[in-house]
Design a protein around this ligand. Structure first.
Ligand code: PEP
Ligand code: MN
Length: 348
């Protein structure tokens, strides 16, 4: 990873660096930060001579060589200074709250408008709404591109940034064209490396946030962080991790709640953690406890399925969604725990 003296290299300086690394069969990937760009060396960066020649350039501060499998995501990486944001809302001032439907109902767009207004009133920062849905069986409702208009209309009415899941390249293109503020990669695609690379590449330099759910069959924590590295290494550092429960589920819950992975993630990587309690416990009655536990574990935010009238929702909404009234209480209590747990920040 090359650290320049100024925030960004000029085109001419970048060409010079590229020509040096090219001699050693490496290339440069630019990671576009809001204020500072980082220049990742792709390839075998161990050559002493290559590093010396780059460090010899007057506009280069240093070359960091990280041995970790996820050198960009590592807490020691220069990217650790990156402050992720969602539609202008920066992480770190209060818990970042995303709320809204599991699935947007193509027949009843009005529900999403009502939910959007109510979650805004409750204090949420962003609206979620599933346009395209990964369903266990092909016989269930698969989503509908037309519902993207409903999501955009809800955004226009409330001014809330919006979040939706994409599962393939065509959907990435449509979502970016529509200026979706955060793209979600669901649990099923958490290890779909081609999709992760595409998302990183196509969102690079756009400011679009990416929410990477934890794969429900994922192995070691490093596998999860390395999946994030696929996105960031293609140029977009605006990444958020999202534990959402793993399988096998804990009896009575949809999955095995995994909000407790939060401090471990934070020890190893700099990317913020937004916990999804809804898919983790899978029942609205358990969602508040999971939210508050997540805050105690140091999560930066929550993504909570919420519906103005859960019983009339589709997809997961009838079982998992909380009402805006419950959401409001969760947000209030989440802030209290956030303030309490921040007392422990930095303690060992
Ligand atoms: C969702 O957010 O509605 C969803 C399907 O998420 P996951 O990939 O975590 O199951
Ligand atoms: Mn859902």
């Amino acid at each position: 990873m090359i650290i320049s003296k100024e925030n960004k290299l000029t085109v001419k300086q970048l060409h010079k660096v590229e020509s040096i690394v090219g001699e050693f069969d490496c290339s440069i990937q630019v990671i576009y930060g809001a204020h500072r760009n980082i220049y990742a060396i792709i390839g075998d960066e161990r050559s002493e001579l290559m590093v010396n020649r780059i460090e010899g350039l007057t506009y280069i501060d240093r070359v960091d060589r990280m041995e970790s499998v996820y050198k960009l995501m590592d807490v020691r990486s220069e990217l650790a200074g990156h402050r992720s944001s969602l539609g202008g809302v920066k992480v770190g001032e209060e818990p970042l709250i995303i709320a809204g439907h599991c699935t947007i109902d193509p027949k009843n767009p009005g529900y999403l408008y009502e939910t959007a207004a109510a979650i805004k009133e409750a204090g949420a920062h962003a609206l979620r709404g599933g346009v395209w849905k990964p369903r266990t069986t092909p016989h269930s409702y698969q989503g509908d591109t037309k519902t993207l208009d409903t999501l955009l209309e809800a955004k226009a009415r409330t001014g809330l940034p919006v979040v939706t899941e994409v599962m393939d390249e065509e959907q990435i293109g449509i979502a970016l064209e529509a200026n979706i503020d955060m793209i979600q990669i669901g649990t099923r695609n958490a290890l779909n490396y081609s999709l992760l690379k595409q998302v990183g590449k196509r969102t690079a330099g756009t400011g679009t946030a990416v929410l990477l759910k934890r794969g429900r069959h994922m192995g070691p924590i490093d596998e999860y962080i390395a999946a994030g590295e696929y996105i960031v290494s293609k140029g977009n550092p605006n990444l958020f991790f999202c534990p959402r429960g793993t399988l096998p589920g804990l009896d009575g819950y949809r999955n095995h709640p995994d909000e407790s992975i939060t401090p471990l993630l934070k020890q190893k990587t700099w990317a913020p953690v937004i916990v999804d309690p809804s898919h983790s416990v899978g029942r609205s009655m358990y969602v508040p406890a999971c939210c508050l536990a997540s805050m105690a574990y140091g999560a930066d935010g929550l993504i909570i399925e919420t519906h103005i009238d859960p019983a009339r929702g589709i997809g997961d909404d009838p079982v998992q969604s909380v009402t805006p009234e419950i959401l409001q209480r969760i947000i209030k209590d989440a802030r209290t725990i956030w303030n309490l747990s921040s007392r422990y920040t930095g303690s060992s």
